[in-house]
Design a protein around this ligand. Structure first.
Ligand SMILES: [Zn+2]
Length: 267
């Protein structure tokens, strides 16, 4: 009987999560539009809800919470489960008037151009660099007045449109734009219908930044840039009512909030 108890106790200790590996430290923001990052062993398993996350070669995993996300998630690390609260955000309604009619209701010919632009952008959002290139902290690519926020419902010339996925920073034409974090230039495109002169930076692990309405672009596709290195200047190319930078961040297809990323620390 005594032996049996000892064996049961042994199995109890070995199988109880408290005595298995520690739960990994997770960086970033548990909030709508936030990104979380952690590191485990390559053979470990990590799930968010029922979604098994990819584990990169050096053990990193990354996940983004969309604009509307349920307020709680369960993360399973091997067999250990933990519940996290995902903070909700309030989204504004932004009305912008005075845009040229053709930029809000594109012609058939323009729709074809938009389709070609979109294809390039979608391709650039596909995972490229499999290593983390981004830094512990992001910096603002341009200092200026914020005129547009992530997730706002947009009404352009009285027509309800898709939510705004990025931040708009108003600044004088020609002001320098710097890389908010290190990355590899994935796309340089001039004169896109909506985004004008556009750059996409790949920060690694599927995280990308898009810079729109630029004036000058001084980087080339395939080039690596360091955090704070100049990539071009502020303009008003594409669909814009004045000179500003539109800065968007995506993790694969999920738009994330650049202002939340700025407040996150990934180390
Ligand atoms: Zn914008």
């Amino acid at each position: 009987m005594k032996k049996f108890c000892l064996i049961s106790l042994f199995f109890y200790i070995c199988s109880t999560p408290l005595f298995s590996q520690d739960f990994p430290k997770i960086f970033g923001c548990f909030c709508e539009g936030g990104v979380i990052l952690g590191k485990i062993k390559k053979d470990d398993s990590i799930k968010i809800g029922n979604k098994k996350l990819d584990i990169f070669d050096n053990g990193e995993f990354i996940f983004a919470f969309g604009r509307k996300h349920k307020s709680e998630v369960i993360i399973s690390y091997n067999d250990v489960k933990k519940t996290y609260v995902v903070k909700k955000k309030k989204y504004k309604i932004e009305r912008i008037s005075g845009l040229p009619r053709g930029k809000v209701e594109p012609s058939k010919k323009d729709l074809e151009r938009i389709r070609v632009d979109q294809k390039k952008i979608i391709n650039s959002k596909k995972i490229g660099e499999l290593e983390k290139i981004f830094d512990e902290k992001f910096v603002m690519p341009v200092e200026g007045r914020l005129t547009g926020f992530f997730g706002s419902q947009r009404i352009l010339n009285d027509k309800p449109k898709r939510p705004h996925y990025g931040v708009d920073i108003a600044q004088k034409q020609g002001s320098p734009i710097i890389a908010p974090s290190s990355g590899k230039v994935k796309l340089v495109a001039n004169n896109m219908f909506f985004t004008g002169n556009t750059v996409i930076l790949d920060h690694g692990l599927g995280l990308i930044s898009i810079f729109a309405h630029m004036d000058e672009i001084i980087v080339d596709e395939g080039q690596y840039v360091q955090i704070s290195e100049k990539i071009g200047s502020v303009g008003m190319t594409g669909r814009a009512t004045g000179p500003h930078l539109h800065w968007g961040i995506y993790l694969n297809d999920t738009p994330v909030d650049p202002l939340t990323i700025l407040n996150s620390s990934f180390f």
